[in-house]
Design a protein around this ligand. Structure first.
Ligand code: ADP
Ligand code: MG
Length: 238
């Protein structure tokens, strides 16, 4: 039994058939990267896993249990978006701890959790600042801190680095990879950046027009693409 089984999942927005039967089995500790051109349905699939979009057909099984109708707040899943959506009037510590406060975690425990995450992300010195006083990279770290502090079973990332400049993107990529290695959590990560996919993924899922084109290790997808689309998209040598 897989940790997360995306079982023949479809999505329709009215007449538009956006996801056309996606099948992916994700194992515990996997770093699955979803790639594909803009509009191919990556965010929609991620939103369905998070419970932010409903499922038109098919099912999502987490640890063997169908979560199609489980409310987002009851899923042990944290999501990091491209835009950071931090609370501007709260300090960094407040932002990171907010989810725990909502869950009525006692103040002392909350503080310890926030400190632990801040150490992990090397933002201990920023805890009393407001988001407006942070750089883009620092804000993205805080957004990650907010996800990490809950210690979720599954992390979803939707193009978390696409707003950062090139140098920072490479640094953050390395940090995310190290975090994954250190924590061993399961990650589903969306990007349209092939290099990011190749460096981060334990497995890559290449999508096109709501369909899965190939699922495999970075090496397999790059060296042995299923079709011309995958070869072209991954920049495989011909
Ligand atoms: P990606 O993240 O790969 O760029 P999306 O999942 O955001 O793609 O979108 C896939 C397709 O679904 C697009 O054609 C988009 O216009 C459409 N879509 C996404 N959300 C909605 C919505 N709420 N209503 C109607 N169409 C949508
Ligand atoms: Mg998207």
């Amino acid at each position: 039994m897989s940790f997360l089984h995306i079982n023949n999942v479809h999505k329709r927005f009215g007449e538009t058939h956006v996801l056309k039967g996606i099948d992916i089995a994700i194992e515990q500790g996997d770093f699955l990267v979803l790639v594909g051109p803009s509009g191919c349905g990556k965010s929609t699939l991620l939103n369905m896993i998070a419970g932010l979009d409903s499922i038109s057909e098919g099912e999502l099984l987490l640890d063997g249990r169908c979560i199609n109708d489980l409310h987002p707040s009851r899923r042990d899943i944290a999501m990091v978006f491209q835009s950071y959506a931090l609370y501007p009037s709260m300090t960094v510590a407040g932002n990171i701890g907010f989810g725990l406060e909502m869950r009525k975690v006692p103040r002392k425990e909350r503080r310890e959790a926030v400190d632990r995450v801040a150490r992990l992300l090397q933002i201990e010195n920023l805890l009393e600042r407001k988001p407006g006083q942070l750089s883009g990279g620092q804000r993205q770290r805080v957004a990650m801190g907010r996800a990490l502090v809950r210690d979720p079973q599954l992390f979803l990332f939707d193009e978390p680095l696409s707003n950062l400049d090139a140098k920072l993107r490479v640094d953050m990529r390395t940090e995310i990879k190290q975090l994954h290695q250190r924590l061993g959590t399961t990650i589903v990560y969306v990007t349209h950046d092939q290099i990011e996919a190749m460096t981060l993924a334990s497995r890559i899922a290449v999508m096109r027009g709501g369909e899965l084109q190939q699922l495999g290790t970075p090496q397999a997808v790059y060296d042995d693409p299923n079709n011309l689309f995958v070869a072209g998209f991954m920049g495989s040598p011909s």
